[in-house]
Write a protein that binds this ligand. Structure first.
Ligand code: ADP
Ligand code: MG
Length: 697
């Protein structure tokens, strides 16, 4: 048996353990493994290498010195071992074989290493040869003491993703041990597996941990090897099975039957200052069909900025209230929540509905008051922020939960609100202006119905977008001035400074001062995330009432703010923003009948991605098209954000390159659940173990 120098010095217990590894005993090791999610034998076995080291071959020292930039493994006898002190303390070992001599250099070393590498010892070392000042050398090679003619391993050596304090030696031992203990049965029946041309499970896993030396290393690295395909398929199958199961479980839960439309809904339609677009009518029908069923709706309402999702939400709430239930609408920011509150209360309160308002910034007394009314059931609709999901908010009879800009919330937060139902699970409507392309929606949200508003209300003139170099700032300011004199209102969005909120704030304040000085005859307001909510609201109100010509803002206005008279937007350093953020920001204008414009100021020279983004913004106003192009540039994981991206729970499959496997997995999942549910059980148990919760949307 061979040991590596480091582990022999530092972890004698692990290194000396017998051939057949025992279950991981040391609590600390178990903890460290658990941190990587490796708490069961199966999870260890499915912890697959990220790359390999080839220790199956020996090079002569002479050969090694010609392998530029590649790792080599050589074996020789130590001819000299010396601690040197200049230029700094280091261990210098000379190693010789029949073909030549090599220096091994260690800048950090343990005393035990000097002993291991004493003159006369036989060593097998692996590293890259550099042509140093004193001849060929390896810096910090891995070193093993070996007996003469010690056999070489017959498989590549796995290198695993590791966490803090977990050495490769320890992981390899733990995984090897787990592999000797698990049951290797294939979860897929042979006939099914063969019809899918998939490799059997056991040989696939064993190959990935210990590939034979002649394996197609490129296919391994690219994860296109049949062994990888099997792993990806299994993983995707588990994902699809679990989502379909969640969907079935949801159908087992009871939800209030919110039939309709009733009197309140009819009255609301009467008082609206506009009639619904065809698309709004259609999605409303879809929602109505869902909430009148006895199991909970889980529907995502997608619609581009300005497509009119709020009124659809209000009409759904009205139907809940018509049936004697409460509805709750949660928004990600105070500004947005308050705006929803005003708009919806403006429609519903005259019709006799009790609408409450609940945010973290309310005075303690007002908060308690709101809670009491929510608890007693006298409040029929409550609009608010995260405050709604606080523990001490209990609903009397919650029937419908609406989450605006749902991608701003985590899965857990949405679930908390849904769990506020009493005796039954409320229906859930999630709204998003970040359109998710259909193929993605199908894989990420197998347990979600999707409605799309694909039409803007009539009378909107398209926003004209222009790119303006930073150097032409003065012209932009003149344009702002002219617009204000025509009675139009203007947003001026300050640059995004991701590294520092303080810096972003400072920039906003300075921009405000600068514009106030440059435009002395205009009233200029400032809004940013650090203002107290009441102050923020005062500024927003003043702008909404037309008392301010120009609103200097940070990205707090990105989401949902609705001031139809604002028809010019300037975005500074537009090259720093992402596509969907630019699209959201731009959606703050173009909400009224006046022709709107958006000026994207940029600081050149632009990198290729920024150039591409700005060009897309200039070319199209269509949120779905922008999302599609964004997806092309960024890939799905980043596109959706780590929080809810399905990618976060997929370790092996890549939704972009493995779309064909997703399709297969989806079909097989359906087939198994219908005809062989016990196979599905076994497969899920193997792949998910404790992870199941993750997969609920
Ligand atoms: P979003 O989908 O971005 O949340 P909103 O719900 O804020 O959009 O609606 C944008 C604007 O369009 C609001 O001022 C709203 O009152 C108005 N609106 C919504 N539906 C219609 C419609 N059918 N006809 C005319 N205006 C509408
Ligand atoms: Mg909105």
């Amino acid at each position: 048996m061979t040991t590596t120098a480091k582990s022999a010095a530092k972890k004698p217990a692990a290194a000396k353990a017998g051939k057949k590894a025992a279950p991981v005993k040391s609590l600390r090791t178990a903890d460290k493994l658990a941190r990587l999610g490796l708490s069961t034998d199966m999870s260890l076995v499915l912890h697959l290498p990220m790359r390999y080291e080839d220790e199956t071959r020996l090079h002569t020292i002479r050969e090694a010195s010609f392998l530029h930039g590649q790792a080599a493994q050589v074996e020789g006898v130590v001819t000299d071992c010396d601690v040197q002190y200049r230029p700094r303390r280091q261990l210098v070992v000379r190693l010789a074989d029949d073909s030549g001599e090599l220096v091994l250099r260690f800048l950090n070393f343990y005393g035990s290493q000097a002993t291991q590498m004493a003159t006369g010892k036989r060593l097998r070392v692996r590293g890259e040869v550099r042509h140093g000042f004193l001849g060929d050398e390896m810096v910090h090679p891995t070193v093993k003491s070996v007996e003469p003619d010690a056999p070489l391993p017959d498989a590549l050596t796995p290198v695993y993703p590791a966490g803090e304090g977990l050495s490769q030696a320890l992981l390899r031992k733990a995984i090897e041990g787990a592999m000797s203990r698990i049951r290797w049965d294939d979860t897929l029946p042979d006939a099914l597996r063969e019809s899918l041309s998939l490799m059997p499970f056991a040989p696939a896993v064993k190959l990935l941990h210990y590939p034979p030396p002649d394996v197609d290393e490129h296919a391994l690295a690219e994860r296109t090897h049949p062994a990888w395909i099997r792993m990806k398929f299994d993983e995707l199958l588990a994902q699809q099975l679990s989502m379909k199961r969640a969907q079935a479980a949801r159908r087992q839960q009871g939800a209030p039957v919110l039939a309709g439309p009733g009197a309140l809904t009819a009255a609301l339609l009467q008082v609206l200052p506009f009639s619904l677009t065809g698309a709004q009518e259609r999605v409303l029908e879809e929602i109505r069909a869902d909430i009148s069923a006895p199991y909970p709706m889980q529907r995502l309402l997608q619609g581009d900025v300005g497509s009119g999702k709020t009124v659809v939400a209000a009409l759904a709430a009205a139907q809940a209230i018509d049936n004697g239930y409460q509805a709750a609408l949660m928004a990600p920011t105070e500004i947005l929540a308050e705006q929803h509150f005003r708009k919806i209360a403006g429609w519903l309160e005259p019709l006799g509905v009790n609408v409450a308002w609940l945010t973290g910034s309310l005075k303690k007394r007002d908060k308690e008051d709101a809670r009491t009314r929510i608890e007693s059931g006298s409040t029929q609709l409550v609009v608010g922020t995260h405050a709604l999901i606080q523990q001490d908010v209990d609903f009397a009879k919650l029937g419908l939960v609406i989450v605006d800009e749902q991608h701003r919330f985590g899965v857990a937060q949405r679930l908390t609100l849904r769990n506020k139902g009493v005796g039954s699970v409320p229906h859930q409507l999630m709204m998003s202006a970040t359109p998710i392309p259909r193929t993605l929606a199908m894989t990420y949200y197998a347990d979600l119905e999707v409605s799309v508003i694909d039409e803007l209300p009539p009378g909107r003139t398209p926003i004209v977008t222009r790119l303006v170099a930073q150097e032409r700032r003065d012209e932009v300011i003149a344009r702002v001035h002219a617009a204000a004199l025509e009675g139009r209102q203007v947003y001026w969005v300050c640059p995004l400074i991701e590294e520092s909120e303080a810096l972003q704030l400072q920039t906003a304040t300075e921009t405000h001062e600068l514009l106030t000085a440059a435009l002395p005859d205009l009233r200029v307001g400032l809004v940013h995330g650090r203002l107290k909510p009441a102050e923020k609201q005062m500024v927003m109100d003043a702008f909404a009432r037309g008392e301010l010509h120009l609103l200097v803002a940070t990205t707090v206005i990105e989401v949902g703010v609705d001031v139809p008279n604002a028809s010019l937007m300037v975005i500074e350093h537009a090259e720093r923003f992402g596509l969907s953020q630019l699209h959201q920001l731009r959606g703050r204008v173009g909400r009224g009948a006046a022709a709107s414009a958006c000026l994207l100021m940029y600081q050149g020279p632009l990198g290729p991605v920024a150039r591409q983004r700005l060009a897309i913004m200039r070319e199209t106003n269509d949120g779905f098209e922008i999302a599609r192009r964004d997806l092309e540039i960024r890939g799905p994981g980043e596109f959706l954000g780590a929080r809810q991206s399905g990618q976060a729970m997929l370790r092996f499959a890549d939704l972009e390159t493995d779309q064909w496997l997703v399709e297969k997995a989806r079909n097989v999942a359906q087939q198994l659940l219908t005809s062989e549910p016990e196979v599905a059980d076994v497969h899920l148990a193997r792949w998910l173990g404790a992870k199941e919760d993750y997969l609920r949307v």
